[in-house]
Design a binder for this molecule. Structure first.
Ligand SMILES: [Fe+2]
Length: 346
C-alpha cells in the first residue's frame, strides 16, 4: 500500500506510442497513482510540465518532432536549478544513449519492454528523492526566514542600544534624547540630499546620534554650568570629541566605526578653525554633515545660556558659514532639504 504522498505524486508520461502510454497508465493506476498526465506529442511536454509541475517525468527517447534529449533541454530551461526527476524509458539504451541522457539530467533508465515491478520500484525511489528534495528546500526556506528574522532583531537591538547610549550621554542636559534624535534625522536627510547611497544614509542616521557620546566624560559642573565657560572649562568641553571617539574606537561594525569618525570630527570646521584643526575634505564627509545638522539643531533650541533662534535666522547663519565653518556642498544640501521640508518656514 502506497502512502498518500506517493498516491498524490504528479506524474507525466511523454511517449509517441499510444500503446506504450496506455500500458504505463494502467500499471500506474493499478499501483495507486491518481494524478497521471500524458502526451503522445513531445512538443507538448514543456507546456504540460508548466501546467502540472510533475514530480516525475517518464520520458521516451526516440520520438518524432522532439526527441527525449531535446525535451530534456527544454525542461531544464524551464525548471532552472530545481530538481527535476526524469526516468528514461527506451528500447535503445546503448552506453552512448545513457551518457547523453545522463548529461541532460536523466536520473534513471528502464529498458523497454519493461517489467512493471522494476518500473514501479524505480519510480518509487525517484519520488522519494524528489520528496526529500522538496522537504529540504522547505526547511531551507524556513531557516532563511529565521535568519532574516534574527538579523532584523539584531539590527533593532543594535539601534536600540545605540539610542540608549546616546541618551545616556546627553542625559544631564537633554534627558529625552530629542537633540540626538533630531541630529540623526537631519544628518540622514543631508546625506541623502548629498547623494549618498541609502545604506550609508541609514548608517549616518544612527551613527550621528552618538556624536556627543563623549560628554559622558565631561564633569557635571562644566557641562551643566549656566554662566559663560572659562577658556579652561571650554578646553575640557572640547575633549568630548576625543573621549567619544575613544569610547567608540575599535568597533567591529561599520556603524561603530562611522560613529567614531563622527564623534571625533563633528566640531571640525571647513576652514580649519575647528577643535583639532582638520581642514576641507580632510574632515570626513559624515563629520561635515553632522556639523551642519548639530549646529542647526543647537541654534533653534533654547539652552540655559541662550534663547532659541528662529528657524529663518538659523538657516541664514548656516548659509553665511558656507565655505567657512561648513562644507559648501553640505550647505547646498541643507538648503535643498529645508526647501523641501513640509514645514518650510519661509
Ligand atoms: Fe559635540
Amino acid at each position: 500500500m502506497m502512502s498518500r504522498a506517493f498516491r498524490n505524486a504528479r506524474l507525466l508520461i511523454v511517449d509517441d506510442e499510444e500503446a506504450n502510454v496506455e500500458v504505463l497508465r494502467r500499471i500506474l493506476a493499478r499501483a495507486g497513482f491518481t494524478r497521471v498526465e500524458s502526451t503522445n506529442d513531445s512538443r507538448e511536454a514543456a507546456a504540460l510540465y508548466v501546467q502540472h509541475r510533475p514530480d516525475l517525468i517518464l520520458l521516451d527517447l526516440h520520438m518524432p518532432h522532439l526527441d527525449g534529449l531535446e525535451v530534456m533541454d527544454q525542461l531544464n530551461e524551464i525548471a532552472q536549478a530545481s530538481y527535476l526527476p526524469i526516468l528514461i524509458l527506451s528500447g535503445d539504451l546503448t552506453p552512448e544513449a545513457r551518457r547523453d541522457a545522463l548529461s541532460r539530467g536523466a536520473k534513471d533508465f528502464v529498458s523497454k519492454p519493461f517489467q512493471p515491478d522494476e518500473l514501479l520500484l524505480r519510480i518509487k525511489t525517484l519520488l522519494e528523492t524528489r520528496f526529500l528534495y522538496i522537504q529540504i528546500q522547505s526547511q531551507n526556506q524556513q531557516l532563511e526566514a529565521k535568519v532574516r528574522e534574527r538579523t532584523r532583531e539584531l539590527v533593532e537591538a543594535q539601534t536600540e542600544i545605540i539610542e540608549r547610549l546616546a541618551v545616556a550621554a546627553e542625559f544631564r542636559d537633554d534627558n529625552t534624547g530629542q537633540h540626538t534624535h533630531r541630529v540623526g534625522q537631519m544628518s540622514a536627510l543631508l546625506a541623502k540630499q548629498h547623494g549618498l547611497p541609502d545604506k550609508q544614509v541609514s548608517l549616518i542616521r544612527r551613527a550621528a546620534e552618538l556624536h556627543d557620546v563623549g560628554k559622558i566624560g565631561v564633569p557635571d559642573k562644566i557641562l551643566m554650568k549656566v554662566g559663560k565657560l572659562t577658556p579652561e572649562e571650554f578646553e575640557i568641553v572640547k575633549t568630548h570629541t576625543v573621549i567619544g571617539a575613544r569610547i567608540l574606537s575599535g568597533g567591529k561594525f561599520p556603524l561603530l566605526r562611522l560613529a567614531e569618525e563622527i564623534a571625533l570630527s563633528h566640531h571640525e570646521r571647513w576652514n580649519g578653525e575647528g577643535y583639532a584643526g582638520m581642514k576641507g575634505i580632510d574632515i570626513p564627509l559624515a563629520g561635515r554633515i553632522v556639523a551642519v545638522a548639530d549646529v542647526f539643531d543647537a541654534l533653534t533650541q533654547q539652552r540655559p545660556y541662550k534663547p532659541a533662534w528662529t528657524v529663518a535666522d538659523a538657516i541664514a547663519e548656516i548659509d553665511r558659514q558656507r565655505g567657512e565653518q561648513f562644507d559648501e556642498g553640505v550647505v547646498d544640501a541643507f538648503l535643498r532639504v529645508i526647501e523641501h521640508a513640509p514645514e518650510n518656514p519661509s
